[in-house]
Design a protein around this ligand. Structure first.
Ligand code: GLC
Ligand code: CA
Length: 560
């Protein structure tokens, strides 16, 4: 591995979901001028880079993850001039901009697909997967991630096309060199504008197995397991990096469902030919059951520790990952892993402490820094997330459920809309997000949970995030140190060491709403400990010896 220390390892990245961040013109949809108005806010928090969810031309079936024009800004978000202004102003403040590149699929309204659909002779036909199928039956048994077949039959030519997601998100055939050329051109077009890298959406799905064989569909599996990490993923991504980002010192963050540590090692590296880091899903899927998309399962803390430990140790010296609990696809972590009622502040700051002390780059999601919680969706017409809508519709069609009511609680726990309610800026109407009607409901708790009230309190969740960002900047052991798990079987406490040369940092997190007895394991010898950070749940956190941890207590100690 090279000696070079790229900027993205030490950075803290903040994800903006533009639709829900800040609306500047009262149409109820967040926009780029709205983001520009909040740059002071981001600056004060101390973040180093923004990851911007898609703002390209799109029919918005999946809120921009269905791109119809990669070289324009959707009207609802503003103009290209607005975008250029955003980029400029971020750069003036030393903040980088990472675009979200959705190139496993395009919208069916993209000009390539519109052309491809018209005739078998179209020069774009082979940009996608068109197959005859057996009579009216789809060519294979793959399921869309959101329910139903992954194939849609098209009247015009009588063939079927492949879509792993919605039927308006047609999968591109990356084995076609013309497709790769066109995609590289798009990436270079944005890089030439001066952006600082890409988050690559669903990027380990780009190489489909030869012959598109049937999947072994166990109950509830979609067949994604046969599609992910296909034969050419590593090769295609290396070519992408060589031809685009590698020439620009730009970061590449690969979003990769269904990924093992072994597969991950093939895709990441510190050089210009591999992805900079990847986002795996194992830790956020622990509470997912098999069967329906919303199926739940009980999880235990030792299981979470096992997953985190395996990834931390497995990539040591091999590659880098993004560290996250929250993003636009995940329920709010404070509601999911913490306690958003009695211990909202305590558990939100505990989770933050974890995000900033694992080996990898922290990725925060808007609202996380003020402890935003899952809202409550009472009726199906409040739901906006296409994945939720599709899976409910499909379950009703196949008589797996009778109606939304039947699965309402499960859906409330899981739906991606949990993350997508508007950013809560103040206790003004709609949380200060818009003067109009918001495109999705605002969480009822906005009067208590908002940026203004957080910033008025010295001990707030917001202040803790700001302090942790600064702390990680000061201690390279938090960035580069090795990870060593302690107490793997303890049912309440998550504790680990980070070590770099002779620096040692001990992290202690109480993941429960009860007190927990903590003893530093005998194998960890030290004479003194210095508190570097504490989430303030006890008056005097200075001593580690014989401590009983308070509910959701979290501390970072330097061992001497
Ligand atoms: C990724 C995105 C998600 C989107 C899907 C299809 O998982 O994060 O929001 O629906 O890809 O593009
Ligand atoms: Ca707007």
């Amino acid at each position: 591995m090279s000696e070079r220390t790229p900027w993205w390892k030490e950075a803290t990245i903040y994800q903006i979901y533009p639709r829900s961040f800040n609306d500047s013109n009262g149409d109820g949809v967040g926009d780029i001028p709205g983001i520009v108005k909040k740059l002071d806010y981001l600056d004060e928090l101390g973040i180093d880079a923004v990851w911007l969810s898609p703002v390209y031309g799109s029919p918005d079936v999946d809120n921009g993850y269905d791109v119809s024009n990669y070289r324009e800004i959707a009207e609802e978000y503003g103009t290209m001039a607005d975008f250029d202004r955003l980029l400029d102003r971020l750069h003036n403040r030393g903040i980088k901009l990472i675009m979200d590149l959705v190139i496993n699929h395009t919208s069916d309204e993209h000009e390539w697909f519109v052309d491809a659909r018209q005739s078998i002779e179209s020069e774009y036909r082979e940009y996608y997967f068109w197959r005859p199928g057996n009579d009216d039956m789809p060519p294979n048994n793959w399921r869309s991630l959101w329910g139903g077949s992954a194939w849609t039959h098209d009247e015009a030519t009588g063939e079927h096309y492949l879509h792993l997601f919605h039927e308006k998100q047609a999968d591109l055939d990356w084995d076609n060199p013309d497709v790769r050329e066109d995609l590289f051109d798009i990436a270079n077009w944005w890089l030439d504008k001066g952006i600082d890298g890409f988050r690559l959406d669903s990027i380990n799905l780009i190489s489909k197995p030869d012959g598109l064989p049937d999947a072994d569909l166990k109950e509830g599996l979609t067949g994604l397991n046969v599609v992910a990490n296909g034969p050419q993923v590593a090769e295609h991504l290396q070519e992408f990096c060589r031809r685009t980002t590698g020439k620009h010192d730009a970061v590449t963050i690969g979003e990769m469902p269904e990924l093992s540590v072994e597969e991950a090692r093939r895709y990441v590296g510190d050089d210009d030919e591999n992805l900079s880091m990847l986002l795996n899903f194992e830790h956020v899927e622990l509470d997912r059951g098999t069967g329906a998309r919303w199926a739940a399962r009980d999880w235990t803390l030792p299981e979470l520790k096992e997953v985190v430990n395996r990834w931390q140790r497995g990539l040591e010296g091999e590659g880098w990952q993004g560290i996250y609990f929250n993003n636009h696809d995940q329920p709010r972590a404070v509601s999911r892993l913490g306690d958003d009622e009695t211990y909202r502040r305590e558990s939100a700051t505990m989770l933050a402490t974890m995000i900033f002390t694992l080996r990898g780059t922290p990725l925060l999601y808007q609202g996380e820094e003020i402890g935003m919680t899952n809202p409550r969706f009472e009726s199906f017409d409040e739901i906006r997330d296409i994945a939720t809508i599709r899976s409910v519709e499909h379950a009703v069609e196949t008589s797996a459920i009778s109606d939304f009511e039947e699965v309402k609680d499960l859906i409330n726990a899981r739906t991606r809309d949990n993350a997508r309610t508007p950013m809560q800026w103040s206790d003004a109407s709609n949380g200060g997000f818009t003067n109009g009607d918001p495109w999705i409901k605002v969480n009822d708790d906005y009067k208590d949970v908002n940026v203004t009230s957080e910033r008025d309190h010295p001990n707030s969740i917001w202040a803790h995030y700001r302090d942790l960002i600064a702390l990680r900047d000061q201690h390279s052991v938090l960035v580069y140190g090795k990870f060593r798990l302690l107490l793997p079987d303890h049912p309440q406490i998550f504790s680990y060491l980070r070590t770099l040369d002779d620096e040692r940092i001990l992290v202690v997190l109480n993941f429960s709403a009860e007190t927990a007895t903590f003893r530093v394991p005998d194998a960890v010898e030290y004479e003194e400990s210095e508190v570097l950070s504490h989430n303030g749940v006890r008056d005097d956190p200075s001593s580690l010896a014989g401590t009983d941890l308070e509910p959701y207590e979290a501390g970072i100690y330097r061992l001497l």
